[in-house]
Design a protein around this ligand. Structure first.
Ligand code: COA
Length: 215
């Protein structure tokens, strides 16, 4: 943690400031590579599809998601993620743990544009293979994603939301300094009525709280 502050260039040739816990490099294409102490957040590779399909079929991983994905559905999700980078200039990175695992899942930013009081909004999100849980990888990658969103994309607020019972994800939001107001709880319009996963909690972090570390 606590890298030196320096000027650098991102994947689009813009001058950006690095520091805090990350240093950034440049890769071909639109997905900027981000390095953290233990992780490499990078563009997706064809060989990520197989382990991604495995985690999307794992009942532990999808416990609080709408359901397991088939291989075709998982591949289609990768295609949407890659397209999102082109459309928005931010997105979900493939997460690698160099020297440990070439692919453990995704962490990053996405756009929430379904109909709710707080949308449209930019969400920080994550999905890791179960063997990679319990090591702080999502926290480390989540911090880097927030830094990217506030410092490089210039967002004023980043949200995160999950089914009420997803305590692992909620603890992660809290570790990242995100805060929940119970008045913001909502029924996710894309989850079936009557499902125990429909009720969601919303966590928020704004740029001021992020930059002063008071979130
Ligand atoms: C949500 C999810 C990413 C959280 O994973 P996680 O491993 O609990 O989160 P982290 O990677 O931040 O690790 C934190 C855990 O590692 C431990 N840890 C070990 N070393 C650590 C370190 N260096 N730094 C921080 N935490 C560390 C922490 O104590 C914590 O364990 P605890 O919750 O038992 O106290 C994971 O459960 C997941 O992918 N779930 C399925 C997909 C999902 O539900 N996504 C959200 C949908 S909205």
């Amino acid at each position: 943690m606590g890298g030196t502050r320096e000027r650098s260039r991102d994947g689009w040739g813009r001058s950006i400031e690095t520091g805090r816990h990350v240093s950034r490099g440049t890769v071909a294409g639109v997905v900027p590579e981000v390095r953290t102490e233990r992780l490499r957040l990078r563009r997706w590779r064809p060989e990520d599809r197989e382990p991604f399909a495995q985690l999307n079929a794992d009942p532990r991983v999808v416990e609080y998601l709408p359901g397991a994905l088939s291989r075709a559905e998982s591949d289609a999700l990768v295609a949407r993620i890659e397209a999102g980078w082109y459309e928005y200039g931010y997105g979900l990175w493939a997460v690698e743990v160099p020297g440990v695992a070439p692919f453990v899942g995704f962490v990053g930013l996405s756009t929430a544009n379904f109909d709710a009081r707080f949308t449209p909004a930019v969400e920080v999100g994550w999905r890791l293979a179960a063997p990679a849980w319990g090591s702080g990888y999502a926290t480390e990658a989540g911090r880097a994603a927030l830094a990217y969103g506030f410092d490089d994309v210039g967002l004023n607020e980043i949200v995160s939301f999950t089914a009420q019972g997803n305590t692992r994800s909620r603890r992660l939001m809290e570790r990242l300094g995100m805060r929940r107001d119970p008045a913001d709880d909502f029924d996710h319009p894309r989850v079936a009525e009557g499902s125990h996963l429909r009720r969601h909690v919303l966590y928020r972090l704004d740029r001021d709280a992020w930059s002063t570390g008071t979130g």
